[in-house]
Design a protein around this ligand. Structure first.
Ligand code: PMP
Length: 434
């Protein structure tokens, strides 16, 4: 750091930000960025910030990753837009071929490309409803699926996502989530008992035959990196299969190597019928996808799906560069290396600091849940204080959790070890300062 955060130039720019941009936008890190590389954000005052957020899990391949930049430049010079449903192009087709091949499941798959994670979830619901000719959608406590009207209805947390934005879409049913840290019993009981409640509620309160889709994040992201206990996801997938319900894995945050597998459902060998992707797919370009069983993607009449910008050629070129980077640089393995460094350091902190209730996650997606010492009562004040301390030392971390008491770490998968170790040292200092 060469100035305080924010520095004088950032302060002035943030003043312009507040004059010009909607007050409805949040601000997690008060510094204005000029350049960024693998895991460093350089602000306009010349400060180098260590990035443990990747723009909310997007730049796994790093910022301006060379393979992304090269392909984007070539594509921008070739053409920038035709609309895929007006006059198609190879980039869109190639990204879909990649998604069909990379997602788990040996059945025939097809894909659709859109612009954002929320739009991917919306389209998965359209497909599931059209395919099943049913309407009800099952979602879970602590879930996050987006900010459009339908996905707001599917998202669990009221403030800030839903407050004052209703009325919400109908036919959305929320079920209890298997959340081991907040369950009185071991993991096996948490999985079995929660599954039991969920299936019972679906049968008695909705009627399984009325359910089009069960939608779940294999590891919940915004909800606080809640990792369901072993058996919960396979149990849900089986219930879905037995009842003709489409099982949708929302892998918008967990996909593309983040959790140490290409997709998080692979940790338990679950084949989702549909998988939604976004964030890490295209190295920072707006692109998202729905991938799944061919008969489901094909059940919709021509022109029932689509949109002007969906699968934009520049975003597709970026995705092909990002996917090539993940494959050629073996970033799925890197996620596990990074994960181990984080888990070791965070577990050591958990031994020292009684505000740490739990360290959890998978691969390079790790979180710290903070509690009032000696209880499991959420401690959002401690979360804010730690994030603020890290900010002042030039380390960007993100908050999460229904109770705003979780610090989540989503470092770029290309992050050099010495930077990660330095950042973890600052998190440790932050806890010591409480
Ligand atoms: N689903 C999940 C699991 C997410 O984490 C997010 C974004 N945080 C979304 C959907 C929505 O994605 P977007 O912000 O691109 O609309």
């Amino acid at each position: 750091l060469v100035t305080a955060i924010p520095g004088p130039k950032s302060l002035e720019a943030l003043q312009r930000r507040s004059e010009a941009t909607s007050g409805g936008l949040g601000l997690a890190f008060p510094a204005v960025i000029e350049r960024a590389s693998d895991a460093i954000l350089l602000d306009i005052d010349g400060n180098q910030i260590i990035d443990l957020g990747s723009g909310i899990g997007v730049t796994g391949v790093g910022n301006s990753a060379p393979r992304v930049v090269d392909r984007v430049i070539d594509q921008v010079q070739a053409f920038t837009h035709t609309c895929f449903t007006v006059a198609p192009y190879m980039g869109y087709i190639e990204v879909c071929e990649k998604l069909n091949a990379l997602t788990p499941g040996t059945f025939k798959k097809k894909s659709l490309l859109v612009n954002s994670g929320a739009e991917a979830v919306e389209n998965a619901i359209k497909i599931a409803r059209h395919y099943t000719k049913r309407q009800a959608i099952v979602v879970f406590e602590h879930s996050y699926h987006g900010r459009t009207n339908l996905t707001m209805a599917m998202t669990a947390k009221n403030m800030p996502y839903k407050e004052g934005f209703g009325p919400f879409a109908s036919e959305i049913y929320r079920m209890p989530m298997a959340y081991p840290f907040r369950f009185d019993g071991d993991d096996a009981a948490c999985s079995a008992e929660t599954l039991d409640v969920v299936t019972h509620k679906i049968e008695k309160e909705i009627g399984a035959k009325n359910v089009a889709a069960i939608v779940i994040e294999p590891i919940q992201g915004e909800g606080g990196f809640i990792v369901p206990p072993k058996g919960f996801l396979p149990g849900l997938a089986k219930f879905a299969k037995d009842n003709g319900i489409v099982f949708v894995a929302d892998e918008v945050q967990t996909g593309f190597g983040r959790t140490g597998k290409m997709f998080a459902v692979e940790h338990e060998n679950v084949d989702a019928d549909l998988i939604t992707t976004a964030k890490g797919i295209a190295g920072g370009f707006p692109l998202a996808g729905v991938t799944g069983r061919a008969e489901m993607l094909d059940s919709v009449h021509a022109s029932g799906l689509g949109g002007t910008f969906g699968g934009n050629p520049v975003a597709c070129a970026a995705a092909l560069g990002a996917i090539a980077t993940i494959e050629e640089e073996k970033l799925v393995d890197r996620a596990n290396v990074i994960g181990k460094i984080m888990v070791d350091a965070l577990n050591a902190m958990a031994m020292k600091y009684s505000v740490i209730g739990e360290i959890r996650g998978a691969g390079a997606m790790q979180a710290i849940e903070l509690i009032k010492p000696g209880t499991i009562e959420p401690n959002s004040e401690a979360m804010s204080a730690v994030i603020k301390y890290c900010q002042q030392k030039g380390v960007l971390t993100l908050s999460a959790g229904t109770y705003s008491n979780v610090i989540r770490l989503l470092p770029p998968l290309v992050m050099p070890e010495h930077l990660l170790v330095e950042a973890l040292g600052i998190i440790d200092e932050a806890f010591a300062s409480l």
